[in-house]
Design a protein around this ligand. Structure first.
Ligand code: NAP
Length: 691
């Protein structure tokens, strides 16, 4: 196994320049977790943090603001590809942190994976603009001339990350990605123990040449005083211990200055074995596998690791034996550079001492070691896994003391209510796993513990092999957790991008709201082709004849009326097989509270509407790829007529393709002007080709 030569002096990166610690800086040595060699020296002495914050707010904001959400998201994908090609440089130096290759895979490729996910979510779920609409429109005047809605715009400050030591790459990239897509510059402060890996990743990111100036800056070394320069424009995303989180949360700039502060802190996560999951069942096996994986991956230095193993009281001996057997047969503790090693070292001898101290506190509180030893039997920062047994599951320490290493405690529970009560004694956790194949047990446990957790994983025989596991927060889903876990749930999916934006209520006329948001709102000006009786003009080009470059929000088409006869309804019923009584049986239909008698099928009306608004010849409209928000409002009996108005509501050019998406507002009216149905039609339209 090769180890790259490490940069001994870990630089900071501010104002678009690398700043190695100055000659007179007080340097902290970082040691290889296994060999004890000095691998890096760090110091943030003299780093111009105030200048970095100013640079982010001015240059970073300006440069990121030149791009739309989709353009930034696409850059993120290119950055992910660039890092993926150079990931070996990060693997090579990560061994010194004590991480095995599998641990680093979670950190490095997991981190790069977040970039891919956020890139794709940003482009698929957000508009290609700077303003994001939130929620429905509220009509606030009788005539519809005054409406209200909510919009997100990016925060005008800097996203400061303060990270824990355990995942120097993933921990940084999972926060950088949403900030970048939102258009907010990042200032990252990794933990000094592993900050050299984060610094190397930042070096690759800047060398890629993909990132606009000021997108990312780095403070290597200690972060004390970092919050002194922030105000309400900025946000802090902290990951680390509950103790540090509580200190930072009380900073005057957070308490009085409006700095947005989110924290993900330590957590005493539980795994609950369902009463049905007895020895021999796939669920019991999945449970034991999860416990062992969580004790040994990253040497248990994961905020999501299982710390409390809750087992029905009559199964506790059997489960301890199974965990011991699996640990024995699967775990090889040692230098992660050595062949066959499955569990590496803790990050430092100081961290190992902290874990031993925590184990001692658990023993003093009544815990009995049933696997491993309280003694320091390994050299350096290596440590064997430890399982403690508490016969009194109410022992306070087991619910409050986090041993941030390969340590878990097993506790008996009496019944499901007891299991729920014990899980909640963690006072808010990141994640719990429930192993059961009984749907009632799953429902009872999830309802009972849900509000105490950021995430709950239910494992049974169907997903045990395909599950991403207890310890892996996924970029699509929220993580964080309530209470002790930090109180946050801002990361995960598009909500993490919106977390870097301000939500503002926007009130005004439909025309103004359309102009501001780039999304057409009912009541805003339209340019309709089609039937003059219904607002169309014979001089306007049918909107399906316009390329994406020519089409404007508000362009549309007004169709003429078309009458629905009983014959049409019957033909449609027989053709499709939909002979539901509301369409076929006058007496039964009239007895239904919603219908005057036999009425046309809703799908008949939507199909006819397509025939009424279509411009059939080949042209820029390439495909219809769906409908959204379809509502049938007024029934249409035989003898009524319908017409449709189609208006371009949202136009989204795709950055990577020769076409884009057009969402059309569709409204079907009857001959009295009553609204019959409303929906959105989704089409793909060529960027250039018109006809
Ligand atoms: P930590 O001691 O709380 O440090 C976390 C980060 O805060 C480090 O970068 C640290 O660097 C910085 N920091 C400490 N005091 C600061 C201050 N006054 N101003 C600015 N920055 C400050 O935690 P750790 O030992 O690195 O990580 C282990 C803990 O993190 C465990 O308890 C674990 O459960 C938790 N954790 C939680 C999550 C999660 O997502 N919930 C994830 C990973 C880890 P400096 O001290 O050098 O400034």
């Amino acid at each position: 196994m090769t180890t790259a030569p490490l940069p001994l002096l870990v630089p900071s990166y501010v104002h678009d320049e690398w700043w190695p610690p100055s000659d007179d800086a007080e340097l902290a040595d970082v040691l290889d977790a296994c060999t004890g060699e000095v691998v890096a020296r760090t110091s943030s002495d003299g780093v111009d943090v105030a200048g970095a914050v100013d640079f982010a707010r001015t240059v970073g904001q300006r440069e990121l603001g030149r791009l739309t959400i989709h353009e930034r998201a696409l850059l993120l994908k290119q950055l992910a590809q660039y890092l993926m090609e150079r990931k070996d440089e990060l693997y090579a130096i990560s061994y010194a942190t004590g991480a095995t290759k599998a641990d680093s895979w979670v950190d490095i490729e997991g981190g790069i994976g977040v970039l891919f996910t956020m890139s794709s979510k940003g482009r698929r779920e957000l508009p290609n603009s700077q303003v994001v609409l939130d929620g429905p429109t509220e009509v606030m005047s009788k005539d519809g001339s005054f409406i209200g809605t909510h919009v997100y715009t990016r925060l005008p400050g800097v996203a400061v990350q303060i990270n824990a030591f355990n995942f120097p790459v993933w921990g940084m990239l999972e926060k950088f990605a949403p900030a970048f897509v939102a258009g907010v510059p990042t200032l990252v402060k990794p933990a000094p123990q592993t900050g050299y890996v984060a610094a190397e990743c930042v070096r690759l990111m800047t060398e890629s040449g993909l990132l606009p100036t000021g997108s990312i800056q780095l403070v290597s070394g200690h972060g004390h005083g970092l919050l002194d320069h922030l105000d309400y424009r900025d946000l802090v995303a902290f990951t680390g211990s509950a103790r540090t989180a509580n200190t930072l949360r009380q900073h005057p700039n957070v308490v009085h200055g409006g700095v947005r502060f989110a924290s993900e802190a330590d957590s005493l996560n539980a795994a609950i074995l369902g009463p049905d999951a007895v020895a021999g069942t796939p669920e019991r096996d999945a449970f034991v596998r999860s416990v062992v994986t969580e004790m040994t991956t990253k040497a248990g230095q994961k905020c999501t690791s299982i710390r409390r193993v809750l087992v029905p009281e009559n199964q506790i001996d059997e489960v301890i034996a199974a965990i011991a057997e699996r640990l024995e047969s699967r775990t090889v503790v040692g230098d992660p550079r050595d062949e066959g090693v499955t569990m590496g070292a803790l990050v430092s001898v100081e961290q190992k001492q902290a874990v031993h101290d925590a184990v001692q506190r658990l023993i003093d509180a009544g815990g009995e070691i049933v696997i491993g030893s309280a003694q320091d039997e390994r050299s350096g920062a290596l440590m064997d896994p430890v399982l403690l047994r508490f016969d009194d599951a109410d022992t306070e320490a087991v619910h409050t003391v986090e041993a941030f290493g390969p340590v878990a405690s097993i506790l008996p529970y009496r019944d499901l209510d007891d299991a729920i009560r014990l899980a909640a004694k963690g006072l808010g956790s990141l994640v719990a796993t429930v192993c059961t194949n009984d749907p009632e047990v799953a429902a009872t446990l999830v309802q009972g513990i849900g509000a105490h957790h950021g995430r709950v994983l239910v494992l049974n025989r169907d997903d045990a092999r395909t599950s991403t596991g207890h310890g892996s927060p996924m970029p699509q889903l929220i993580h964080g957790g309530p209470g002790r876990a930090g109180g946050s749930e801002e990361l995960g999916g598009v909500r993490s991008i919106k977390h870097h934006m301000q939500r503002t209520a926007l009130q005004g006329s439909p025309g103004m709201v359309t102009a501001v948001t780039g999304v057409w709102h009912t009541g805003a000006p339209q340019r309709l082709a089609g039937d003059p009786e219904f607002g169309g003009s014979p001089h306007e080009l049918h909107p399906f004849r316009k390329s994406l470059a020519e089409l404007r929000i508000g362009d549309g088409y007004a169709s003429p009326l078309r009458m629905v006869t009983l014959g049409d309804i019957e033909a449609f019923a027989h053709e499709t097989g939909d002979t539901f009584y509301a369409h076929m049986d006058e007496e039964a239909a009239a007895a239904n509270p919603f219908f005057p008698g036999r009425v046309a099928h809703g799908y008949l009306l939507v199909s006819w509407a397509a025939g009424l608004f279509v411009s059939p010849d080949p042209g820029p409209v390439l495909a219809n790829y769906g409908l959204e928000n379809l509502r049938f409002i007024t029934p249409v009996p035989a003898g009524d007529s319908i017409r449709v108005t189609l208006t371009a509501k949202r136009i989204t050019p795709r950055v990577t393709d020769e076409y884009g998406e057009v969402c059309w507002d569709a409204v079907i009216h009857n001959q009295h002007g009553e609204v019959v149905a409303t929906y959105d039609v989704l089409t793909l339209v060529d960027k250039e080709q018109s006809s």
